[in-house]
Ligand binder design. Structure first.
Ligand code: GYE
Length: 308
């Protein structure tokens, strides 16, 4: 009990921090970049990472989280597939005395003390940015502009908020109307399938604009549009969200018109938050990542700087 730490205390201090991360899936390019960023940042930070992929299934996330509790991890991070249904499991984690970080997508819980912080993008703002682009692009058109929407995973924060933000902005533009809208689960194959069904409508109902909640679905839709004998980016104006290198390539090729950026490279911020929690510091309840919008002109300049 002197001033010097005991051998046991020194050993405890040198033990690497163990982080359990429940990743929601591997549905998109964004998600792959997100997972890679977290693995890399953990390695750099000397944090031991237990990562489980739930394949877009909330039940699998619960199982992963329970396994983290059993292993006695120091911190649990969760990228939740959907917003609802999290309270019971968060209470289980609390009982175990493990701090929680919510990453990427958010959770709807009445008691926000069930997690330390929520790190991720402002999806509502992304929807607003996408709609602003469409509004500006169509400003010389007074006729009705039919907009098709490819939604992401039903019940997920990015899909809900990208839809809301977009609708909010076009609400006072009577000629901009969402006439087709369906979920395609944030996957390229989903985007392809759903766009195909949109184009099976009579010609008069074909959309003039496509708003896709992510790049993978937009790229799938580009294929379907070409198959229907139309020119993506011209016959149908396309705006999507994420900002992957593949989407930039499509912008440079003229097939996608604009992309709202959503940054998946959350690893360094997450590891920093983990360390701060372990050091007993308090964190802001919300950490938002700064993001831009890119058009075809900017894509040409920016494409080689894309990191995901
Ligand atoms: O936009 C999409 C991914 O939650 C922000 O999920 C993320 C979204 C991203 O599948 O590509």
């Amino acid at each position: 009990t002197g001033l010097l730490p005991s051998a046991a205390e020194i050993a405890a201090d040198n033990k690497p921090i163990v982080l359990g991360f429940s990743q929601l899936g591997s549905e998109s390019t964004w998600r792959e970049a997100n997972t890679a960023s977290i693995r890399e940042a953990a390695g750099e930070a000397g944090i031991t990472l237990l990562l489980k992929n739930a394949e877009q299934d909330q039940q699998q996330q619960f199982e992963a989280i329970r396994s983290f509790i059993r292993s006695g991890v120091d911190v649990i991070a969760i990228a939740p597939v959907v917003q609802t249904g999290w309270e019971p499991i968060l209470l289980e984690i609390k009982q175990a005395g493990i701090p929680v970080i919510i990453l990427d997508r958010s959770v709807n819980v009445p008691d926000s003390s069930l997690y330390v912080t929520f790190i991720g993008s402002d999806f509502y703002e992304e929807g607003v940015k996408a709609a602003k682009y469409v509004r500006d692009k169509m400003r010389h058109h007074s006729e009705e502009i039919r907009i098709a929407e490819l939604q992401g995973t039903v019940g997920s924060t990015p899909s809900i908020d990208r839809g809301r933000g977009f609708r909010k902005l076009i609400a006072d533009q009577p000629n901009l109307r969402i006439t087709l809208s369906a979920p395609a689960d944030f996957t390229r194959s989903g985007g392809h399938e759903v766009m195909k069904t949109f184009l099976q409508q009579p010609k008069e109902q074909w959309p003039r604009v496509l708003y896709s909640h992510n790049d993978d679905m937009a790229i799938g839709a580009v294929e379907a549009i070409k198959e229907a004998g139309l020119v993506p980016g011209e016959d149908i104006i396309i705006v999507s969200v994420d900002g992957t290198r593949r989407a930039f390539e499509q912008m440079v090729a003229g097939s996608i018109n604009a992309v709202v950026e959503c940054n998946p490279l959350l690893g360094p911020l997450l590891m920093q938050a983990v360390k701060e929690i372990m050091a007993g510091r308090t964190l802001p309840k919300r950490m938002v990542t700064p993001e831009d919008i890119y058009t075809q002109e900017l894509a040409v300049i920016e494409i080689n700087n894309r990191k995901y």
